[in-house]
Every structure is written in structure tokens, then in C-alpha cells.
Ligand binder design. Sequence first.
Ligand code: BJW
Length: 240
Amino acid sequence: MPSPALTNRLRPTDSIVILTGAGISKESGLDTFRCAGGIWSQVDLEDVATPQGFARNPDLVHRFYNDRRRGLADPAVQPNAAHRALAELERHWKGDILLVTQNIDDLHERGGSKAPLHMHGELLKAFCLHCRTVVELRGDLSVHDHCLTCGRKGGMRPDVVWFGEMPYQMERIQRALEECDLFVSIGTSGHVYPAAGFVAEARSAGAYTVELNLEPSEGASYFHSSINGPATQVVPAFVQ
Ligand code: BJW
């Protein structure tokens, strides 16, 4: 159940869209992108998160995502109280909930969420640029890999959405935003579109909008309400 302030606004069958970003996985031990010391202070995003960067130097891009895949496999990296609280909400809420994550980790799934929509793709998947077959991936990826479906070499890439590429399942997300009664954004800086525009879309369609973030994000003024603090505290408190 959402917090008392919200229970007054919501009916038990209302529809909820939840958007999560890197901040929800920070306390699980994964870096964010734009916080001090974050991923974009360690590498140039043009090199590792654009199709042009991959065309220029696929080895570098593979190393970057292989390292992050190994980081995700570290036994210390586990879903935290915020991931688990959202899964609990999904289990008990009678209305529709669409959990949209910008994160490519699998911590929502491991925390118990049934089917998070990974709009920026998944670290544990790869696809073939030649035949578009998507495969599950546990180990490293390299330019020497062959596609098991079409047999061609060198075309396997991480199944993640880079700058300039279209995020996944946008039509489904747009529909849910138009129909939702509550939009909740958790642990995202609001720098990257189209996700950064979801609050305005949901709000103009009539939803109540709430931000849960360590600090006010770029788009904090668009939300009806903002709650600031670490996700492992504010998310369980919000959904209880
Ligand atoms: C905590 C916490 C704790 C910390 N508890 N909170 C000009 C204007 C408008 C748009 C554009 C523009 N120029 C270009 C664009 C489009 C571009 C874009 O938005 N660029 C901006 C940078 C300006 N977007 C795109 O290109 C997207 N595609 C697109 O628009 O397609 C349309 C189209 C395509 C082609 C033709 C025509 C149209 C694609 C964006 C892809 C983003 N990909 C990445 C990397 C891939 C995946 C990966 O490697 O992991 O996705 S970038 C990176 O940023 C990653 C993230 O998902 C994404 C968002 O980051 P997030 O999650 O918000 O993390 P942070 O670090 O920014 O913030 C963390 C927050 O947590 C902070 O606020 C902290 O305070 C908080 N926090 N600890 C709670 N414990």
C-alpha cells in the first residue's frame, strides 16, 4: 500500500507507472552515471555508449560492458530493500502496475519483480547486428564471437540502448503513461530523454506524479511531490 498521503488520492484499482534509474541500484553496489565518481566520469560516453563509438572501437565497448557484467555477477551485488519493496507492491496492488527501468542490471527481477520493462536494454543479453537474433549472455562478449543463428562473426553487440538509438517498447510505455493515475520516478537524474519527459506526459494526462530520489533531480519541479533520501529508505516507506 502506498503511504497514507497517497492512499487518500488513490483507489485500490488505480494504474501506476514506476520509472527507475541507476540510483535504485546504487546501494546494491552498482555505480550511477552522473553522480560524483560515476560511470561518465570514468569513461567518455561517446566512446562506449553510441553506435559510432562501437563502430570505431568495438573492443573498447566490449571491455566496458564485460567489466560491468562481471560487476553485476559479484556475489556482493544483490537486490536491495527498494527493489524488494517494488516487487511487494506489484504482488499486492489490485490495479495495473508497469515497472519501467532504465537500468540494464537484473536486480528488479532478482528482487522479485515479474516483468520489468528494460527500456535501455539488458546487460545479460546480446544481439547480432546481422540477423537481429537476441541471446542470453553470462560471460564476456568479443569481436571474435560468432552468431549461433546466422553463423557470422563480429556482429554481436550488447543488447543495450545507446545515445541516438530508440529505447525499447516506447508505444507500450506511452500508452501506460496516458492511462496511469500515479507516476513514480525513482533514482533517476532526469537528464536522458525520452525517460526524462515521462513525468510531463503522465502529468498532462492527469496522473499524480511523485519523485523519490537522493536529491531533487533535473526535473524535480515537474512533480507534484518529491521525497528525498536513499532509495532503500524512501521506497519501502513510500510503498508500505
Ligand atoms: C539515488 C541514490 C540512492 C544516487 N537512492 N537515489 C537534446 C534534447 C533532448 C534530447 C536529446 C538532446 N540531444 C540528444 C537527445 C536524446 C538523447 C538524450 O537524452 N541526451 C541527453 C543527454 C540530452 N537520448 C537518446 O538518444 C535516447 N534515444 C532517443 O532519444 O531516441 C529517439 C530517437 C532515436 C533515433 C532517431 C530519432 C529519435 C537513448 C538514450 C540511451 C541512454 N543510454 C544509457 C546507456 C546505455 C545503458 C548502459 O550502459 O547502462 O542509459 S546513458 C545512461 O543514462 C543509461 C541510463 O539508463 C541513463 C539514465 O541515467 P540515470 O538512471 O538517470 O542515472 P544518473 O546517474 O544520471 O542519475 C542517478 C540518480 O540517482 C541521481 O539523480 C542521483 O541523485 C540518484 N541517486 N544514489 C536514490 N542511493
